[in-house]
Design a protein around this ligand. Structure first.
Ligand code: PMP
Length: 462
């Protein structure tokens, strides 16, 4: 149905992708129409909204985005992990079209409709935990986290919130306070929320600790600083996203869940970025064999439509009085229909295996890149959530400038890469799981060329 290649503007300029039929650069970057849009933007859009890439997108399909000047980009950002089933996935677009013609809004708390219920059934079925589960739908990841904290506080009757170093949970008042990087997310916006406590995480490539040792450090910190019996919830990303795709040591999360169980603390797994098959499982918690009490999800669950959820143990989810949760747009019929279509696609197209395919293509090449370039010190992640870490080989210090240089180089070659990490020195890959092997290899070829350029390596060394 939606074919970006056929609907892309005809081009005559040289293909910067050396014969590729995928990426195509036909103007300087940014092109004239993007520059025009930028000029309009700066007059009316708040500078508080970042502008990472200077291009403006006209249309996109699967893993390819086409800008307003007809330049085509292979997308390794996935809108930060949102377009997991692909940009304008045909089934999602069909479901949205059908729903839009039938019903766009009632406010579920006033008058119900089926797609909200079906969406909750799907999340109950696919989030970890073999117990009755319930959900509430909201509009963004941050809002899901806000609600998870509210629910945990109401359920436990406690006030304190525990989070981990290098965690990220959003940009609302409470979630900005929960982020490890108070700067820049909270800078100048204070006073931030109180009763939020940051504890050491597990970062095996940096701290060298086993899961058990790292969990002991986390737990000791919280017991001494806060007191287990004061804590309503511990909020943890199973794989830390913005923090730099940090995969905890084996046993770490399990020990945290056990500790929460022992002390009546609600364990909230923030799967906003790692969830919805991104890592080759529906939810990344499954990789670690943990069962959270509550799971927050957003991003990939809506296939590009804004929807987020808190899902978990029915008794905890029912702690709130009627009317305590929700909002005008939460679980909007169109977004909920998109969610249902996303789950349907995962089953019908075997997309969990596709995320694993991406890892099987990318990981060996990323590991070879670690071997080849001294500046690349680690390759990590799971499924279609992979990253490399960049440190200065002489000083061992984070090298965010190399990440930026790679990003810029790749942009001009028709590939979009994202950085991450508390120190900005992680290059992360969040492609749609429908990206082709050919596109993956093209992106990785560009990554290697960018590293050669950034480090002065001769291409012949390859
Ligand atoms: N939690 C995690 C783990 C995230 O990665 C993000 C977004 N990057 C959020 C919460 C906040 O989600 P949103 O931007 O939709 O508010």
């Amino acid at each position: 149905m939606t074919d970006v290649l056929s609907s892309a503007p005809a081009t005559t300029a040289t293909d910067a992708a050396s014969g590729s039929t995928n990426r195509k650069i036909v103007t300087p970057i940014p092109g004239p129409r993007s520059i025009e849009l930028h000029d309009r933007r700066v007059k009316v859009v708040s500078e508080g909204v970042s502008e990472l890439f200077p291009i403006y997108i006209d249309h996109a399909h699967d893993a390819l985005m086409v800008d307003v000047d007809g330049n085509q980009f292979i997308d390794f950002t996935g809108g930060i992990g949102v377009t997991t089933v692909g940009h304008t996935n045909d089934a999602v677009v069909d479901a949205v079209r059908e729903q839009v013609g039938k019903l766009t809004h009632t406010l579920f708390g006033l008058v119900g409709y089926e797609s909200y219920i079906r969406a909750a059934e799907l999340l109950a079925e696919h989030t970890p935990g073999d117990f009755p589960k319930k959900s509430v739908f909201v509009n963004s990841g941050a809002e899901a986290l806000e609600n998870a904290v509210k629910i945990a506080r109401k359920f436990t009757g406690r006030t304190e919130v525990a989070v981990l170093h290098h965690g990220y949970h959003g940009r609302t008042h409470l979630t900005a306070s929960m982020n490890y990087n108070m700067h820049p997310y909270g800078t100048g916006f204070g006073p931030l929320a109180g009763s939020v406590h940051h504890a050491p995480n597990s970062h095996p490539s940096v701290d060298g600790l086993t899961g058990e040792q790292a969990a002991k450090a986390t737990i000791t910190h919280l017991e001494k600083r806060v007191g287990a019996e004061q804590i309503a919830c511990l909020v943890v990303e199973p794989i830390q996203g913005e923090g730099g795709f940090i995969v905890p040591a084996d046993g770490y999360l399990n020990a945290l869940v056990d500790w929460c169980e022992q002390h009546g603390i609600v364990y909230v797994s923030d799967e906003v970025q790692s969830g919805m098959m991104r890592t080759g499982k529906y939810f990344a918690s499954e990789h670690f064999g943990i069962t959270p009490h509550l799971t927050t999800s957003a991003k990939g669950i809506g296939g590009g439509l804004p929807i987020a959820a808190v899902t978990g143990r029915a008794d905890i989810m029912d702690a709130s009085h009627s009317g305590g949760l929700g909002g005008t747009f939460g679980g909007n019929p169109v977004a909920a229909a998109a969610l249902v279509a996303v789950f349907d696609q995962v089953e019908k197209k075997g997309l969990l295996a596709e995320a694993q395919r991406i890892e099987s293509v990318m990981r060996p090449r990323l590991e070879a890149i670690v071997e080849r370039f001294d500046v690349v010190v680690d390759a990590r992640g799971k499924g279609a959530m992979l990253a490399i870490e960049l440190n200065d080989p002489e000083t061992g210090e984070p090298a965010p400038a190399v990440g930026k240089a790679i990003q810029q180089f790749a942009l001009h070659q028709g590939v979009l890469f994202l950085t991450a990490g508390t120190f900005g020195n992680v290059l992360r890959f969040l492609p749609s799981v429908v990206i082709t092997d050919e596109q993956l290899h093209e992106g990785l070829d560009v990554l290697e060329a960018a590293l050669e350029e950034a480090t002065g390596h001769a291409a012949a060394q390859a």
